[in-house]
Design a protein around this ligand. Structure first.
Ligand code: UT7
Length: 325
């Protein structure tokens, strides 16, 4: 049976130039390279330059994704930017990206599911494409979390970084089997009772300030390992595949222990997990497309490979997507 699939034609990423190492951080707060590496796997992260905004990062990643896909900006009819750190309260940063790219006929909006944002945006774009409401979509994850960190809180400021990643999706016809290229299944979840575990303590409607990120790390950690494995299993069930079919897990890059713990629960060998957390830290919505782009550029991910993407973040919101490259 012929079905419409959202096929990924290309991807791209962008990282700001400035590298912030664990050693530098240890001169800012009471921490050490040893503690950060042992507890998180992070060695360094990137920090956006003064005046460099989320839409700037997103635009660079999108340009690279379009070039990789061989698609012109004028062909894009949908842009979804996943971000929790927009340039302005409004309009959506996606509107700036649309203008920067010259993709004037594309509808453009932001989607906000924090670290799970890219997976949510991917699922949303997939719905547009399969429903015939768009043909070519740019899905971007971009963040400047350095702007919402409390640089005196060692429990959070060592964890996050800035960056962007993007993919180009196109509606194409598939056979309706798990062998099709494109998105085979997605699964999204939210539990708003867990707001207090991870949030930003400001906003236009509450404090009229931007606020700073607050997290109860251990509780987030526990929730992450169980929920990520669960959502992965749900997506696999929907697509009719097993963990043996997965060529690569492309996980949210929050903590190497969460990444490895989830892979272990799913019975996927560590060699089949893309990890960039050491160099990027947690870039929230940017982390999955950044990791994806690096693995594609390195030649690790090959056409036909089945990818499992998964992420969890504030809300809490979490989800997964299965995509055959
Ligand atoms: O994107 C999704 C959202 N985020 C996550 O997925 C993060 C989830 N959580 C985590 O990754 C981990 O919980 C952390 C990396 C945040 C913390 O690791 P942990 O092993 O859970 O440590 P902990 O919070 O239990 O803290 C252990 C100790 C504490 O000291 P005491 O009370 O035992 O004396 C902390 O005060 O480590 C201390 N500590 C630090 N020490 C040195 C906390 N942060 C630091 C630090 N450097 N940066």
């Amino acid at each position: 049976m012929s079905v419409t699939r959202s096929v990924c034609l290309g991807c791209g990423s962008y990282l700001p130039d400035r590298v912030l190492t664990n050693l530098e951080l240890s001169s800012m707060v009471e921490t050490s390279d040893e503690w950060i590496v042992e507890r998180t796997g992070i060695r360094e992260r990137r920090i956006a330059a003064e005046g460099e905004t989320t839409s700037d990062l997103a635009t660079r990643a999108a340009e690279r994704a379009l070039a990789h896909a061989g698609v012109g900006a004028e062909e894009v009819d949908l842009i979804i930017l996943a971000t929790a750190t927009p340039d302005y309260t409004f309009p959506a940063s996606a509107t700036k990206v649309q203008a920067n790219l010259g993709a004037h006929q594309a509808v453009a909006f932001d989607q906000h599911a924090v670290c799970a944002g890219f997976v949510f945006a991917l699922a949303t774009a997939d719905t547009f494409l399969r429903g015939g409401n768009a043909r070519t979509a740019l899905v971007i994850g971009a963040e400047t979390f350095s702007r919402i960190l409390d640089w005196e809180d060692r429990g959070t400021c060592v964890l996050f970084g800035d960056g962007a990643g993007a993919v180009v999706l196109r509606a194409e016809q598939g056979e309706g089997t798990a062998q099709d290229r494109g998105i085979l299944a997605t699964d999204l979840n939210t539990d708003g009772r867990l707001i207090d575990l991870l949030y930003v303590d400001g906003g236009p409607s509450s404090t009229q300030t931007t606020g700073y990120l607050r997290m109860r790390g251990q509780e987030v950690f526990k929730k992450a390992v169980t929920s990520l494995a669960e959502t992965a299993r749900t997506s696999m069930k929907k697509a009719g595949v097993s963990s043996d079919d997965i060529a690569w897990i492309v996980p949210h890059q929050a903590n190497i222990r969460i990444i490895e713990g989830t892979a272990r629960k799913l019975g996927v060998a560590p060699e089949r997990v893309v990890t960039t957390v050491a160099r990027h830290g947690n870039t929230s919505a940017a982390s999955v497309p950044l990791a994806l782009s690096e693995a594609v550029a390195a030649g690790s991910i090959k056409r036909g490979d089945l990818l499992l993407m998964e992420a969890i973040g504030g809300g809490m919101s979490w989800g997964s997507a299965l995509l055959r490259w």
